[in-house]
Ligand binder design. Structure first.
Ligand code: NAD
Length: 484
């Protein structure tokens, strides 16, 4: 049984109040998490505030970059511990945790360490009314104490995607990981101490959202900015909290992402790509595809091929050989996903594959398993097509023209990501412009260059992070005007 304490000012802090941490594979109790109350949140924010004027503030960008590389090396050195912690919390397959989550966790520190050493700057020389000159130049200063609120689907990856740039820019952070995934954020505290990151620069508080650590953090007046990844509805609540004191927010929110497959696409690659987009990480990826539109000439063949793939996935324990998919994050989340499986039946869907709970052997029967599922035949008005499910499922509908595909794809309040499959370069570029999303993949999915802008349009987010774009949120840009 693991005990997860809060990490405040470089120290491990227990509280009188704990909640259970369960393995979603078999719902076994595996840990106790110390929930932070007002006193611990105050202490964490105070530590982060104090660190802003301690040794951390005196470091040059180059020295911060070296420390962040030491953190990345620390993750690499304890790679197996991080993989174990991520797997224990999420039940995801070993291959996924060891090839995606943990390596990206380390990479997120390296990329922003390298970026901060090479930040471009602007200057403008101007004529003054008295026939003289002045020089304007920009200085980037840290924003201050950053509140970091994270979801459970890619815990270390998404958390370090924020902590990496925040620290590279000289801020301090208070992280509130998801209540379902306390492991890797806690472990990172040990790495921070070993790497020599000064106390108070990285703090972790555990707990839930409303009336708990999440809300206490976002409402805290000493937090200078809030970066959040999670559901759009939660984003609305956090934005209201941030309004007090006019604190800026950076939001990566939900999606209902379209996949569009043209008849001229490489068929096998399109099927494999859409399968990854719909089912990887058991469908719990914000960029995942839950609405697939396939051009009519290949529609029937595509439905049959994707259905076959969905049925072929092997579900099982994270380290069992050949396992492709783990469970959902929790029984609570499974209830939500199964509600949508029921709505699909109620709305008259044809169930091409899955549609329910799989028969799992022994103790696994207690876990949060669902079948990878493919539907056709639903009206576009169905909740299954309009709302984010966040499970291993997708609906496939036919389309005839490019214009029709764009209208269907854009008919949602979300605008996170799209994946388009075609061999026509013109179609690819036209859709790249016409789709109202933050990121459009062509003949690919989840191919990430960390220098590029990442974020969502409309209700999928506010702002962009990645590469130099992260500087917009994690620094204040100050103009200095010198009369010469
Ligand atoms: P969630 O919004 O339920 O929770 C996210 C975090 O917010 C958790 O740590 C939670 O405790 C906290 N929280 C909840 N209510 C809060 C409140 N009122 N005040 C402060 N904190 C609060 O999301 P989730 O279920 O953990 O994650 C799944 C969601 O995240 C999906 O909607 C998915 O699309 C989204 N997501 C988006 C991206 C992206 O990059 N756009 C990436 C991953 C996940």
């Amino acid at each position: 049984m693991t005990e997860f304490r809060n990490f405040i000012n470089g120290q491990w802090v227990a509280t009188g109040k704990t909640f259970d941490n369960r393995d979603p594979v078999d719902n076994r109790l595996i840990g106790q998490v110390h929930e932070a109350g007002a006193a611990e949140v105050d202490a964490a924010v105070a530590a982060a505030r104090a660190a802003l004027s301690g040794p951390w503030a005196g470091l040059k960008a180059q020295q911060r970059a070296e420390l962040l590389h030491a953190v990345a090396d620390g993750i690499d050195k304890r790679f197996d511990d991080f993989v174990d912690a991520e797997i224990a919390d999420t039940g995801k397959p070993y291959g996924l945790a060891s090839h995606l989550d943990i390596p990206r966790g380390a990479a997120n520190f390296k990329i922003f360490a390298d970026l901060i050493r090479n930040v471009p700057n602007e200057s403008f020389e101007m004529d003054t009314p008295d026939h003289g000159h002045a020089l304007n130049y920009a200085v980037r200063v840290p924003r201050g104490v950053i509140g970091v609120i994270c979801p459970w689907n890619l815990p270390l990856l998404l958390m370090t995607w924020k902590v990496g740039p925040a620290l590279a820019c000289g801020n301090t952070v208070v992280v509130k990981p998801s209540e379902d995934t306390p492991g890797t954020a806690t472990l990172l505290g040990e790495v921070m101490n070993q790497a020599g990151v000064p106390p108070g620069v990285y703090n972790v508080i555990h707990g839930f959202g409303p009336d708990s650590a999440g809300e206490l953090l976002t409402r805290h007046p000493e937090v200078d900015g809030i970066t959040f990844t999670g559901e759009t509805r939660t984003g609305e609540a956090i934005m209201q909290a941030a309004a007090r004191g006019v604190r800026p927010v950076s939001f990566e929110l939900g999606g209902k992402n379209p996949g569009i497959v043209f008849a001229d696409a490489d068929f096998d690659k399109a099927v494999a790509g859409i399968a990854r987009a719909a089912f990887d990480n058991t469908g719990q990826v914000c960029l995942g595809t839950e609405r697939v539109y396939v051009q009519r000439p290949i529609f029937e063949r595509f439905v049959a091929a994707l259905g076959e793939r969905a049925r072929a996935y092997r579900l099982g324990r994270p380290r069992d050989p050949g396992v492709d998919l783990g469970p959902l994050i929790s029984l609570r989340h499974r209830e939500k996903v199964l509600r949508y499986y029921q709505y699909a039946r109620d709305d008259g869907a044809t169930v091409v594959a899955g549609g329910g709970v799989p028969d799992m052997p022994g103790a696994l029967a207690e876990g949060a398993w669902v079948q990878p599922t493919v539907w056709t035949g639903l009206p576009e008005s169905s909740r299954v097509i309009r709302e984010e499910i966040f499970g291993p499922c997708c609906h496939i509908a036919p389309f005839d023209t490019e214009e029709e595909a764009v209208v269907l794809a854009n008919a949602t309040p979300y605008g996170l990501a799209a994946t388009v499959w075609t061999s026509n370069v013109g179609t690819a570029h036209r859709l790249g412009k016409a789709l109202n999303v933050g990121i459009c993949w062509v003949n690919s999915w989840f191919l990430r260059d960390l220098r590029t802008a990442f974020g969502g349009a409309r209700q999928s987010g506010i702002g962009r992070e990645g590469g130099v774009h992260s500087l917009e949120f994690y620094t204040e840009l100050r103009n200095v005007c010198v009369k010469l």
